[in-house]
Design a protein around this ligand. Structure first.
Ligand SMILES: *[C@@H]1O[C@H](CO)[C@@H](O)[C@H](O)[C@H]1NC(C)=O
Ligand SMILES: *[C@@H]1O[C@H](CO)[C@@H](O)[C@H](O)[C@H]1NC(C)=O
Ligand SMILES: *[C@@H]1O[C@H](CO)[C@@H](O)[C@H](O)[C@H]1NC(C)=O
Ligand SMILES: *[C@@H]1O[C@H](CO)[C@@H](O)[C@H](O)[C@H]1NC(C)=O
Ligand SMILES: *[C@@H]1O[C@H](CO)[C@@H](O)[C@H](O)[C@H]1NC(C)=O
Ligand SMILES: *[C@@H]1O[C@H](CO)[C@@H](O)[C@H](O)[C@H]1NC(C)=O
Ligand SMILES: *[C@@H]1O[C@H](CO)[C@@H](O)[C@H](O)[C@H]1NC(C)=O
Ligand SMILES: *[C@@H]1O[C@H](CO)[C@@H](O)[C@H](O)[C@H]1NC(C)=O
Ligand SMILES: *[C@@H]1O[C@H](CO)[C@@H](O)[C@H](O)[C@H]1NC(C)=O
Ligand SMILES: *[C@@H]1O[C@H](CO)[C@@H](O)[C@H](O)[C@H]1NC(C)=O
Ligand SMILES: *[C@@H]1O[C@H](CO)[C@@H](O)[C@H](O)[C@H]1NC(C)=O
Ligand SMILES: *[C@@H]1O[C@H](CO)[C@@H](O)[C@H](O)[C@H]1NC(C)=O
Length: 701
C-alpha cells in the first residue's frame, strides 16, 4: 500500500471515529458546490404527480458525460460502477433518451442538463400537444368534435416531457465555469479509455431535491390540513397561484362589487405566465411576453385619447397569471364575476379581445380566431363579424397581414375559453398562427429573446441597449397600434381619432428590454416603489407562476401599466400611501389606486425624486377556485399545487471506490472490536484501576 492511500485511510478512520457512521468530512474537504443550478421540482394535480425528486439525503452517482445516444449502453448496462449521474448536453435532452434513463432508473442516480448558450436547430417543446386539454371550453357537451384537439392539434411538436414523473433528481446547469469544472473532473478521473473502466477515485455528483408531497393534490392538501382537528398538521404543498393585473380606461368603483348598471366593458386580455421543464429558466418570449407586451403598449397608446375623449364603452385590460396550469387566473376572474366579487360581472361584458402569441407575425402573419359554437347564434355571429371587420379596416392602413382561419376551426388554448364556459360572449383571439402554433419551442427554455431575434450590438452600454431600436420592437409596435385602434373602435370611439392612436416604439423597446433582458433599467427603477428596487436585477423576471402570492412579476406589470395609463398627482407621500385621508369621493380609493414610486433623478440632482401615481390598476387574486371550494378533485378548475422542500443543491466530489471502502469498513470493525474489548477489560478491572482516584459516592459539588 502506497503512502498516499495509507494517509487517505488514516484520515477516513480518524474522521469516522470522531463523526460516527455518516462521515463525510473527506467529501467536504474536496467537494465543490455548483452555482447557477436549476432543479426540476414536483407538481401535483387532482390525480397525478409530475416532475422530479431525490431521496431524502440527496442522490449520489458517478459522473458520466453522455456524448451520444450510443453511449447510453454504458450507463444503462455495461458500466461497472453504478449508479451514474448522467450529464447531458442539451441536444441529447430529448424525450427518447429521458425515457430510456427513466426506465433504467436503478442504475441512474440523476441527470444534469447543460443549458446551451444558443438555441438548437431542432424543434423542442416539452409541453403537451394539446395544452389545457381538459379545462378549456370544448368538451363532450360543447362542440364535442372539437374537444381534445380532435380538429386541430395545437402543439404537434409537444413531447410531454414536462408532464412525466421521474424518481431521480434532474437539474439544469449553466454552461459556465461550474460545468467546465465537472468536465475537467470527468476527464481526469472517469474517462473510459478503449472501453476499459477507469479506476478509483472517481468523480461523483450529488443532487439534492427531496420533495415533501406525494401522489396528488387531494392527498397533500389532506396532510396539510391545519384545522385544529387534524392529527399531524404539516404543510407539504401549496396551490399554484399569484395575482392577475387589471386596469380600466374609466375608473370603476372597486368597492362596489358585482353588476354595474349602465356599464358595458370591452375586455382586452393577455396571458402573463409561461413555464419550461426547469421552472427557473422559463421566459416564454413568444408564448407569453409577445402578447402582454403588445397589450401594454396598446394600453399606453390609448391612455391620452381615452382621457380626453372617452368612448361610450369602457376598455378593461386584464393580464392573467397561471394560465399555463389549466387557466388559473382567468378561471378565478370569471368565478369572482359570477360570485359578485369583482368590480363588474359577466353581464357587463360587451366583447372580448385577446392577444395570444404574436411575436412571430412576420413569419406567418396574424390570424383572428373565433369560436364556431357560440357563432351559431346569429347575434353573437354579427358581433364577431363586426369586430373582425374593425380589425381588417384598421390593418389596411398598417403593414400587417391579417387573416381568418377556416370558420369551423375551434379557438386555440386561450383565456377567452374560460369566459365562454360561463357565458356566450362575442370575441376573438389574435395570434400569429393559422392552425397549429408557429412557436417551435412552446413552454421550453428556448422560447427566449434570441427566438424573437431580440439582439443588441454588444459594444453598447446597458442604457444604450435599453434605448436601441430593434426590428422586433418595430414589428410589435405595429401590432400594438392595430390592437389599440381596434379596441377604440370596438369601444364605440370616433373614427376621427384613430389616426392619432399610435403605439410608441421607444416604449416597446423598453418593454422588451425590461421583460426579456433585464429588469434593472432606468425606466423600471423610476416606476417601482423604493422598497421594490431590490427585486430589479440583471435578468428577466421569473415567468413560472409559482406559489408566493407577492410575486414580483405581477407587481412589475402593475407598475408598468400604472405608469402607462395613470397620472402623476401632486400629493404628499403621507396622503398617497394613507388611503383614509381622501375627502373627495370621486378621487377616493374606491375609484383609484395610489402608489408612491421612486421617480427619476433630475439633471441637477443626486437623488431620485419620488412621486405619487394615480391609476385604475389593481391586482386580483389568481388562485384556482378549487382551493377556495376545497374541491381538490375538481375537474372544472385547476388543481395544480407545488410540493414543498427543505433543501435543494448540487455538488461534486471524489469517491474513494469499493476496495477502499471495504478496507475502511474492515479497519472500522477492527477498531470497534478493539475498543469494545478494551472497555470490557477496563470496566471489569475498574475497581482495581481507579480505586485510588475515586470520589466518595455522596460527594457534593
Ligand atoms: C393531471 O396531470 C396528468 C399528467 O399531465 C394528466 O394525465 C391528468 O389528466 C391530470 N388530471 C386532471 C384531473 O387534470
Ligand atoms: C373527431 O372529428 C371527426 C371529424 O371532425 C369526427 O368524425 C370524430 O367523431 C371526432 N372524434 C371525437 C372523439 O369526437
Ligand atoms: C470563469 O473562469 C475564468 C478564468 O478562470 C474567469 O476569468 C471568469 O471570471 C470565470 N467566470 C465566472 C462566471 O466565474
Ligand atoms: C460558486 O460560487 C462560490 C462563491 O461565489 C465560488 O467560491 C465557487 O468557486 C463557485 N463554484 C463554482 C463551481 O464555480
Ligand atoms: C363605491 O361603492 C361603495 C359601496 O357601494 C360606496 O359606499 C361608495 O360611496 C362608492 N364610491 C363612489 C366614489 O361612488
Ligand atoms: C342608467 O341610465 C338610465 C338611462 O340613461 C338612467 O335613467 C339611470 O339613472 C342610469 N343609472 C345609473 C345608475 O346611472
Ligand atoms: C399625451 O398628452 C400629453 C398632454 O396632453 C402630451 O404631452 C403627450 O405627448 C401625449 N402623449 C402621447 C403619446 O400622445
Ligand atoms: C386609413 O388612412 C386614410 C388616409 O390616411 C384615412 O383616411 C382612413 O381613415 C384610415 N382608415 C383607418 C381605418 O384608419
Ligand atoms: C430572425 O432572423 C432570421 C434570420 O434573419 C429570420 O429567418 C427569422 O425569420 C427571424 N425571426 C423573427 C421572429 O423575426
Ligand atoms: C413576500 O413575502 C415574504 C414573507 O411575507 C417576504 O419574505 C418576501 O420578501 C416577500 N417578497 C416580495 C417580493 O415582496
Ligand atoms: C412614466 O415613466 C416615465 C419615465 O420615467 C415618466 O416620465 C412618466 O412621468 C411616468 N408616468 C407616470 C404616470 O408615472
Ligand atoms: C392630505 O390631504 C388632506 C385633505 O386633502 C389635506 O388637508 C392635508 O393637508 C394633506 N396632507 C399633506 C401632508 O399634504
Amino acid at each position: 500500500m502506497d503512502f498516499i492511500s495509507t494517509k487517505w485511510i488514516i484520515h477516513l478512520l480518524l474522521c469516522c471515529l470522531f463523526h460516527g457512521v455518516g462521515c463525510n468530512s473527506v467529501e467536504q474537504k474536496i467537494y465543490v458546490k455548483l452555482n447557477d443550478t436549476v432543479p426540476c421540482v414536483r407538481l401535483l394535480n387532482a390525480t397525478h404527480q409530475i416532475g422530479c425528486q431525490s431521496s431524502l439525503a440527496g442522490d449520489v452517482g458517478v459522473i458520466h458525460i453522455l456524448e451520444s445516444e450510443g453511449n447510453l449502453e454504458w450507463v444503462l448496462s455495461t458500466g461497472p460502477s453504478p449508479p451514474y449521474m448522467v450529464i447531458l448536453e442539451s441536444t441529447l435532452f430529448t424525450r427518447d433518451i429521458m425515457m430510456k434513463l427513466k426506465n433504467g432508473s436503478s442504475r441512474i442516480a440523476g441527470v444534469a442538463v447543460v443549458k446551451p448558450s444558443t438555441n438548437p436547430i431542432e424543434d423542442f417543446s416539452p409541453h403537451t400537444t394539446c395544452p389545457n386539454e381538459n379545462t378549456g371550453v370544448y368538451s363532450e357537451s360543447y362542440g364535442p368534435t372539437m374537444a381534445h384537439c380532435n380538429t386541430t392539434v395545437w402543439n404537434p411538436k409537444g413531447n410531454g416531457l414536462s408532464y412525466e414523473e421521474f424518481n431521480f433528481p434532474i437539474f439544469s446547469l449553466k454552461d459556465d465555469n461550474g460545468t467546465e469544472f465537472i468536465r475537467q473532473c470527468y476527464l481526469k478521473h472517469n474517462l473510459v479509455v478503449n472501453g476499459s473502466a477507469p479506476g478509483y477515485p472517481l468523480c461523483a455528483m450529488q443532487l439534492s431535491s427531496h420533495m415533501h408531497a406525494v401522489r396528488d393534490t387531494v392527498t397533500c392538501m389532506r396532510r396539510s390540513d391545519t384545522s385544529p382537528f387534524s392529527l399531524n398538521p404539516e404543510v407539504v404543498c401549496d396551490p399554484l397561484g399569484s395575482f392577475n393585473v387589471w386596469g380600466s380606461t374609466k375608473s370603476l368603483n372597486n368597492t362596489a362589487k358585482g353588476h354595474k348598471e349602465n356599464e358595458t366593458v370591452v375586455i382586452a386580455a393577455a396571458r402573463l405566465d409561461s413555464r419550461a421543464f426547469f421552472h427557473g429558466i422559463s421566459l416564454g418570449a413568444e408564448s407569453g411576453a409577445s402578447g402582454f407586451i403588445t397589450l401594454l403598449a396598446a394600453a399606453g397608446a390609448l391612455a391620452n385619447v381615452t382621457r380626453q375623449d372617452h368612448p361610450p364603452r369602457t376598455i378593461l385590460y386584464t393580464f392573467f397569471q397561471g394560465e399555463t396550469f389549466d387557466y388559473i387566473g382567468s378561471s378565478r376572474m370569471v368565478y369572482d364575476m359570477e360570485k359578485d366579487n369583482f368590480a363588474i360581472d359577466l353581464d357587463n361584458i360587451h366583447s372580448l379581445l385577446e392577444i395570444g402569441q404574436v411575436g412571430l407575425h412576420n413569419i406567418s402573419g396574424l390570424w383572428l380566431h373565433s369560436d364556431p359554437v357560440s357563432r351559431r347564434n346569429d347575434s353573437i355571429d354579427q358581433e364577431v363579424k363586426r369586430l373582425i371587420d374593425y380589425f381588417q379596416s384598421v390593418a389596411t392602413n398598417l403593414t400587417i397581414s391579417l387573416g381568418q382561419p377556416d370558420v369551423s376551426q375551434p379557438l386555440p388554448p386561450a383565456s377567452f375559453q374560460r369566459f365562454l364556459r360561463a357565458q356566450s360572449i362575442p370575441g376573438v383571439v389574435l395570434t400569429d398562427h393559422k392552425s397549429h402554433f408557429t412557436n417551435r419551442f412552446l413552454e421550453s427554455m428556448y422560447d427566449n429573446a434570441e427566438y424573437l431575434n431580440l439582439t443588441y450590438p454588444p459594444d453598447l452600454s446597458p442604457e444604450e441597449q435599453f434605448n436601441f431600436d430593434t426590428d422586433t420592437a418595430r414589428g410589435l409596435t405595429e401590432v400594438a397600434t392595430m390592437v389599440a385602434r381596434t379596441l377604440y373602435k370596438q369601444a364605440g370611439g370616433a373614427d376621427e381619432q384613430l389616426a392619432s392612436i399610435n403605439a410608441d416604439l421607444q416604449t416597446v423597446n423598453h418593454l422588451l428590454y425590461g421583460f426579456l433582458k433585464q429588469t434593472n433599467n432606468s425606466w423600471f427603477r423610476a416606476i417601482v416603489p423604493p422598497e421594490h428596487q431590490r427585486f430589479l436585477g440583471p435578468a428577466p423576471p421569473e415567468y413560472y407562476v409559482g406559489v408566493t402570492f407577492n410575486n414580483t412579476f405581477s407587481n412589475l406589470v402593475r407598475y408598468v401599466l400604472a405608469n402607462l395609463t395613470g397620472t402623476a398627482v401632486n400629493i404628499s407621500k403621507e396622503n398617497c400611501t394613507d388611503q383614509s385621508k381622501f375627502t373627495d369621493d370621486t378621487e377616493s380609493t374606491d375609484m383609484y389606486d395610489y402608489m408612491w414610486v421612486s421617480g427619476v433623478t433630475p439633471p441637477n440632482g443626486t437623488e431620485p425624486v419620488p412621486y405619487c401615481v394615480r391609476s385604475t390598476v389593481r391586482l386580483a387574486r389568481a388562485q384556482s377556485p378549487a382551493f377556495e371550494l376545497q374541491d381538490y378533485h375538481s375537474s372544472n378548475y385547476s388543481t395544480w399545487s407545488e410540493s414543498r422542500w427543505k433543501y435543494i443543491g448540487a455538488r461534486i466530489f471524489l469517491v474513494a471506490g469499493n476496495d477502499l471502502e471495504m478496507l475502511t469498513l474492515g479497519m472500522g470493525v477492527a477498531v470497534l472490536v478493539t475498543s469494545l474489548l478494551l472497555t470490557y477489560v477496563i470496566n471489569s478491572k475498574a475497581d482495581f484501576l481507579f480505586s485510588s482516584g475515586r470520589e466518595p459516592a455522596n460527594a457534593t459539588y
